[in-house]
Design a protein around this ligand. Sequence first.
Ligand code: FE2
Length: 162
Amino acid sequence: MTDEPASPVCYASEANDAYMGYADAAEVVAALNSLLGAERAGTQVALATRKSADDPALAAFMAGIEKDEAHWCAMLKKEIEARSGTASTVRGDFYEKAMAIADPAERLRFLNRGQAWVVRKIEALCPRLRDDGLHRALTEMAERHRFNIAATDDFIAAREGA
Ligand SMILES: [Fe+2]
């Protein structure tokens, strides 16, 4: 008798995610928390911009962004907690940087840069995920972000053309 496992095949299937090239649980939780900080900042930028908007069209547009960002915050929290992680309460410093920009169109352009960062972060993470459910949720989040980036560009263009 040796200490070797009875079945090398079974043993291989139990190899940890990092060894197999997948992000391990701690890395996934850290990445989700980083996204959560960005989405929380995004939600609050949209909320503050909506509340201070003197243009009803801008307020209505921000309400849509705010709703989406808040939705992704909830999804990320759920996925972090499903992995026994602790959802960070940090708000990305993106918020202060965005709110320091007074001009609404410039702030929206900055918001879009943050949204593009989120898309890139998801694109880098997805191929390294073993979990299909999380993969689907993040793919949908990236798609929705791409949609909102384009909608925001259109909104700025319409506003500047007005
Ligand atoms: Fe976002």
